[in-house]
Design a protein around this ligand. Structure first.
Ligand code: P6P
Length: 336
């Protein structure tokens, strides 16, 4: 009998019993993300061929030119989630405000909300570098059957019931956790099926890759500057190497497999950092901790932060626990 790698669908069914609320809704939610990811993957893969590149001429709330694929990916994920009537609310980097969703009986009777960055790293699209989708799932906290409120979206990251990303790279992968370990699935595009390729992903014990945009060096806090110099000058053979793809999902994914730290500190242009707490930092922090890593804002655990607004930014340091610990020590020592 040929070796049969478990498909994502089979995995979800097997893990059903582990979900906090095993009503099957979370399974259906993960399945809808799986489908939307395949649709977006198809467009991303042919982006170079179809006139889908370049700014769509609109700006999103981030004040950034929207790439057509950003807009497209946002619509695909929202439509897939709405059509399957699984969630009662959605927040997206591409939407100024959260979206309230009614169920089939025109009531708000679904349990879950999704926050997402539908196409992170979109500035890399034109240069054929990997991009990704990041998603974060919570159970609503306001009464079932009522319209969601902002309070449902401003929960601390430790309340997430699931989180993950899809990386559209040399191969397309979905990596996610429902709280019990992190598992990676690789898409076989020939048949449109994801197969379990990276079971129970964990950061290696030690890491030696640091990922940061050193172009911002002069604007970094003193502790970050000291850490970068530490990486560059530690005695003995050069123990560290610098890798920065400019796509959070890709840098994080590589660091989780090879060992490393990704950081986007505060800078003069972004005094609170560039990354968004709710749909970039919290989901990646959820995965990092379940893969044995750590995620911090330089001083505090990311997942403990109580959000105050939908699109708030935070400084973000995430990866091997020993590397984040070291960076936090420098931040503490050189606190301004
Ligand atoms: P910079 C992409 O826009 C993103 O949000 C992350 O995916 C990436 O790590 C970072 O910003 C890149 O920002 O300022 O280094 O180009």
């Amino acid at each position: 009998m040929t070796k049969h790698n478990k498909t994502l669908g089979e995995f979800i069914i097997n893990k059903q019993s582990e979900f906090k609320y095993s009503s099957g809704e979370l399974s259906r939610l993960i399945n809808s993300i799986r489908l939307a990811g395949k649709i977006v993957n198809h467009e991303v893969n042919k982006a170079g061929l179809v006139d889908i590149l370049g700014a769509a001429g609109e700006e999103n709330i981030q004040g950034e030119d929207q790439q057509k694929l950003d807009v497209y990916a946002n619509e695909v994920f929202i439509n897939t989630l709405v059509n399957r009537e699984i969630v009662c609310g959605i927040a997206s980097e591409e939407e100024d405000d959260f979206i309230t969703i009614k169920g089939g009986n025109k009531k708000h009777d679904n349990k879950y909300i999704v926050l997402m960055d539908p196409l992170d790293g979109s500035s890399n699209i034109d240069v054929n570098v990997s991009v990704g989708t990041i998603f974060s799932i919570y159970r609503r906290i306001t009464p079932d059957g009522t319209p969601v409120t902002i309070d449902d979206f401003l929960q601390p990251g430790k309340q997430q019931v699931a989180a993950g990303y899809i990386v559209y790279g040399t191969s397309t992968m979905i990596v996610y956790s429902t709280g019990h370990g992190v598992n990676g699935f690789t898409l076989n595009p020939a048949i449109g099926t994801y197969y379990l390729s990276h079971p129970n992903m964990k950061f290696p014990e030690k890491g030696n890759i640091y990922s940061v945009n050193e172009g911002n060096y002069v604007h970094f806090p003193e502790g970050v500057k000291k850490y970068i110099k530490y990486c560059q000058e530690e005695e003995g053979e050069r123990p560290y190497t610098s890798r920065y793809i400019g796509s959070l999902v890709s840098d994080f994914h590589r660091n989780m497999i090879k060992g490393g730290i990704y950081f986007y500190p505060s800078t003069s242009k972004n005094p609170d950092g560039k990354l968004r707490l709710l749909y970039e930092c919290n989901p990646m922090a959820f995965l990092a901790e379940r893969a044995g890593g750590k995620a911090s804002n330089g001083f505090n655990r990311i997942l403990d932060i109580k959000p105050s607004e939908l699109h708030q930014r935070v400084p973000f340091f995430c990866g091997n626990k020993d590397m984040v610990d070291k960076l936090e020590a420098f931040m503490q020592k050189h606190k301004e």
